[in-house]
Write a protein of this length. Structure first.
Length: 232
C-alpha cells in the first residue's frame, strides 16, 4: 500500500477510511480524502497499535492493520509519497539497504563512464517512476540531443554506502537515487559551474519533479548530478 497522509486523495485513502470505519470509527466519512477526521482517527488507531502516532499511514501502520502488500509503489504524480531521507523513514518505506532491487532497462542507450550498459539496479518502488522519466526524456529531447546534453551519462544508482563526508547512509544505499554526468556536475559545484543548471535542462528536471524526485542541485545548489526519490 502507498503511504498516505493529510492531503492525500484516491482509492487508497478510501480503503484506509473503510478499515477505520469498521474498526471503531463508524461515523467516519469514506470519501477518499485524507482530511482532519481521517487524521484524528488514524492517530487513534496508531496509539491502539502502539506504533508511532504521527497520523501518516505508512508500511508499519498498514502491516499492523493487516494489509500485507506494503511494497506497492506510489502512483505517478503522488510526489509526497516518497519518504523523508532520514534513515528511519527510508528503512520504513524501502526496507533494508540492498533489498527489493530490480533491473531497469532504459529506453535509450546509457553509458557508465564511457562503457555502454543495458540495465541498472534500482529499488522496485522507484523502477516505474524512473522509467517514465527516461521515456519522457526520449520523447522530448530525442536520441541525438540526449547524447549532446549528456543525459545518457549514467553515474550510478545502487551503492550501499554512507553520504560523502558523513556517517548517515546515502539514499543510494536503497537504490533510491541516481547520479548523472558526474564529471560535468561535480559535488561541490553550484549553478555557476554545473552543466545541469542550464535552462535547457529545465524540462528534464520537471520530468523528475513531476514524479516527486528531488534534485539536490535545484533544492540546495550542490551535487547537481544527484536526483533522489526521497524528500529533504
Amino acid at each position: 500500500m502507498r503511504t498516505i497522509r493529510i492531503g492525500s486523495k484516491g482509492d487508497t485513502v478510501a480503503k484506509w477510511q473503510t478499515f477505520l470505519k469498521g474498526s471503531g470509527y463508524p461515523l467516519l466519512l469514506v470519501d477518499g480524502v485524507f482530511g482532519g477526521d481521517t487524521h484524528r482517527a488514524t492517530l487513534g488507531m496508531q496509539r491502539q497499535f502502539k506504533i508511532a502516532a504521527d497520523g501518516i499511514v505508512g508500511p508499519l501502520t498498514w502491516q499492523a492493520a493487516g494489509f500485507e502488500d506494503s511494497l506497492e509503489p506510489p502512483e505517478r504524480g503522488q510526489a509526497h509519497f516518497w519518504p523523508m531521507q532520514s534513515t528511519a523513514d527510508m528503512m520504513a518505506f524501502y526496507g533494508n539497504p540492498g533489498e527489493h532491487l530490480t533491473s531497469l532497462i532504459p529506453p535509450y542507450q546509457l553509458y557508465y563512464f564511457g562503457s555502454p550498459i543495458s540495465r541498472f539496479a534500482i529499488h522496485r518502488k522507484c523502477h516505474d517512476s524512473a522509467l517514465r522519466v527516461l521515456e519522457r526524456t526520449l520523447s522530448f529531447y530525442g536520441r541525438e540531443n540526449i547524447t549532446k546534453l549528456g543525459l545518457d551519462r549514467f553515474a550510478g544508482c545502487f551503492n550501499n554506502r554512507a553520504m560523502r563526508g558523513g556517517t548517515r547512509l546515502s539514499t543510494h544505499a536503497w537504490a533510491a537515487a541516481i547520479d548523472w554526468d558526474s564529471e560535468r556536475n561535480q559535488l561541490t559545484w553550484g549553478r555557476d559551474r554545473a552543466e545541469f543548471a542550464k535552462p535547457i535542462y529545465d524540462p528534464w528536471w520537471a520530468f523528475w519533479e513531476d514524479e516527486g524526485w528531488v534534485s539536490l542541485g535545484r533544492a540546495r545548489n550542490f551535487d547537481w548530478q544527484h536526483v533522489q526519490a526521497a524528500q529533504l
